[in-house]
Design a protein around this ligand. Sequence first.
Ligand code: C2E
Ligand code: MG
Ligand code: MG
Ligand code: MG
Length: 294
Amino acid sequence: RAKEAGRNRFKVFTERMLETAVDQLTLENDMRRGLGNKEFRVVYQPIMDLSGSDVIGFEALARWDHPDRGQIPPAEFIPMAEESGLITQLGEWVLEKSLATLAEWRRETGRADNIFMSVNLSSKQFARADLDKIVVKTLNKHDLPPSCLKLEITESSIMDNPESSILTLNRLRKVGVRFSIDDFGTGYSSLSQLQQLPVDTLKVDRSFISRMKSDPENMEIVKAVIALARSLDLNVIAEGVELPDQLCSLLALDCHCVQGFYFHEPMPADSARELLEHRTGRTADHTRERMRHA
Ligand code: C2E
Ligand code: MG
Ligand code: MG
Ligand code: MG
């Protein structure tokens, strides 16, 4: 009996595994088709500097509109893309698309000269020897200065392979491309490692910002990251700011670069362009107004 129950459990277990494997494979095939089929698009989330009260850049984020399943979130397709290797193709496409868009804004609005585009890089892309060539080629194609590109990498993707990562970072840094460490605080980079990295921005992970109020320890972490950044002469961007409370705390800690739904959700290129065309300090009034009522 026990044996039979065991066998049945095993059967259910293997069936589930098979199902999961088939699902993964289906998704992978769908993605391969989708990449050729224009099912992907890029949305842009504004990054604000409140000391200058302005948009300073945008983060490019991939979206997939699956013809049968509707929108599939990046949390689902990015890990699969990394496992299958499709991330290289997707990543290059996002880089090309977002830089083409930035070049267009620069040409046509005259209001994007000091705007940067922040593009996420997966560890798989980062590990490729030809990364710097692809990046430079794409910048040149669109006649863009390297300083308008920021590449976002996570702590863990650097620490997967610290020596070669530092070489790649340095090669691109020499060209003039800048780097942000994404989701900062969730990885395990040591201070001495951090000091060796030619990065210019830390992005404090959303999880710390969202728990700042409810959990004093999180507030301390955010404070420490800001102090750390300052002592290493790095910029700090707070990710995932949703509430006026959070914004007030951040401003009190002297963190002025913010990104989050409180300001803007990721938006299509046209809306981002409109935002740029209406720059001139409107954000400042808007924010002051909202904080007064908070
Ligand atoms: P990330 O790079 O940390 O991007 C920030 C994520 O936080 C985005 O989610 C954004 O929509 C979300 N976010 C921004 N502000 C708020 C807020 O106030 N509240 C909340 N709840 N969320 C906020 P998204 O677009 O779903 O992307 C998730 C992750 O997928 C990204 O995290 C990034 O790691 C990855 N990803 C997205 N696009 C790409 C890509 O083109 N290449 C690579 N390698 N990874 C990508
Ligand atoms: Mg990012
Ligand atoms: Mg992030
Ligand atoms: Mg994050």
